[in-house]
Design a protein around this ligand. Structure first.
Ligand code: GCO
Ligand code: MG
Length: 405
């Protein structure tokens, strides 16, 4: 029996949207799958994996997951950052998948076993108008969800983060060779969002959990104002109310409001999360398992958060593949301080390539009991969906200044 790595191959495929997948095969022929998708920068991470990581994996012992993580993280010298950490994350996921398959166990059993029966999840609802938003929320609730993220249009803006442009569901990345340019008006949003969310609270009653994503685009004092104005709505959380780069900003927001704060979907390491967690400036840490270097690193973030009574709420948009979704669910199942998991869902066609065994029923997710992560990739199907360039939008203020999208 040999768990040495024979090959590591990168697949870029686009069933409904672009995904970067890593396939690691051992000398015994066991295959582990990893995800390395960085939305809008897919080919950069594919090249990093193909040119700089895959050659280092061949011949290594697939059982030594932590050593491999340390080797790729410390060994790069130029460490951290989304591309490097997504690549390391993909390798880590693939090695946990192999480990589970070799031992014939689902990954959560290798991580200490389940501490809960299922994982509370939320999905997205949106509408240009309050009436459309109510209908969208009702539709989500009719599918069994008890927690819903609500995004609304803003009068005077014809594109707003989180609101779909005609198609069935919202997908921010647009196909084409350059990004769509959206317009942003913080004053208009700050006037409108509290009114809409208050009306929505009236509509759904007290027991449904409402979440809202401000998507990094407010300045600190605007963020504080929004948090304060939304207190009567009793949100489950207000997400990315300002950017997380200047972490002091969150302390300012915190001083002004008791609305729970969630942040961290663009963070890559425990170092990015450390100050916000240890200063208790946030209530939920949102790193995705893959963008934060895989299970081996994300679990350290989760444990740090536990010490400071911060809950874990993994990022789960359509732009991380079902492999990361599954990995996240295995880790959620064993994490005592889990809060909630995002489930944005995928275009139907994605399931032609990614065969999953995780489940969603009555708003609760479960990773399933298949050995490994429980996701298999159909390579023939993947080949039918070649990469096609897509970018996330950019945003400008009314005077044309580029701002955070
Ligand atoms: C979320 C996110 C996403 C991001 C996307 C960018 O809360 O789900 O904000 O929708 O915009 O992941 O690639
Ligand atoms: Mg978000």
């Amino acid at each position: 029996m040999s768990n040495r790595i024979r090959s590591a191959d990168v697949l870029v495929t686009s069933p409904g949207r672009n995904f970067v997948t890593l396939k690691v095969t051992t000398e015994d022929g066991v295959v582990g799958w990893g995800d390395a998708t960085v939305n809008g920068r897919e080919l950069a991470v594919a090249a990093y994996l193909r040119d700089h990581v895959a050659p280092l994996l061949v011949g290594r012992d697939a059982d030594r997951i932590e050593d491999c993580w340390q080797f790729l993280y410390r060994g790069a010298y130029w460490r951290r950052g989304p591309i490097t950490m997504a690549a390391i994350g993909a390798v880590d996921l693939a090695l946990w998948d192999i480990r589970g398959k070799v031992l014939d166990q689902p990954v959560h059993n290798l991580l200490g076993g389940a501490v809960r029966d299922g994982i509370l999840s939320y999905t997205h609802a949106s509408g240009w108008t309050l009436e459309e938003l109510k209908d969208s929320v009702d539709e989500v609730l009719s599918r069994g969800f008890r927690a819903v993220r609500a995004q609304s249009g803003v009068p005077g803006l014809d594109t707003v983060y989180g609101i779909h442009r005609g198609q069935k569901s919202y997908e921010p990345a647009g196909r084409g060779s350059s990004p769509v340019e959206e317009m942003w008006d913080a004053r208009a949003y700050l006037r409108h969002a509290p009114r809409v969310l208050s009306a929505l609270r009236e509509h759904v009653g007290e027991e449904i959990e409402l979440l809202h994503d401000a998507h990094h685009r407010l300045r600190p004092i605007e963020a504080a104002q929004l948090g304060k104005d939304l207190e009567p709505v009793r949100l489950f959380w207000l997400e990315d109310v300002t950017t997380g780069e200047n972490q002091e900003a969150l302390r300012l927001v915190r001083q002004h409001t008791t609305t729970p704060l969630a942040l961290g979907e663009v963070f890559n390491t425990i170092w990015d999360c450390k100050d916000l967690i240890t200063s208790q400036s946030i209530d939920f840490i949102r790193t995705s398992v893959m963008h934060a270097g895989g299970i081996s690193h994300a679990r350290r973030i989760n444990d740090l958060a536990a010490l400071w009574q911060v809950q874990v709420a993994p990022h789960g948009p359509s732009d991380i593949s079902p492999i990361t979704m599954a990995a996240s669910l295995h880790l959620d199942l064993v994490t005592p301080n889990l809060g909630i998991h995002e489930h944005m869902g995928y275009p139907d066609v994605t399931s032609e390539v990614f065969r999953t065994t995780y489940s969603l029923a009555d708003g609760m997710l479960h990773p399933g009991e298949a050995p490994g992560l429980g996701v298999e990739v159909d390579e023939e199907a993947a080949a039918r969906f070649p990469y096609s360039q897509a970018y996330l939008p950019v945003a400008r203020r009314r005077d044309g200044t580029l701002t955070d999208w």
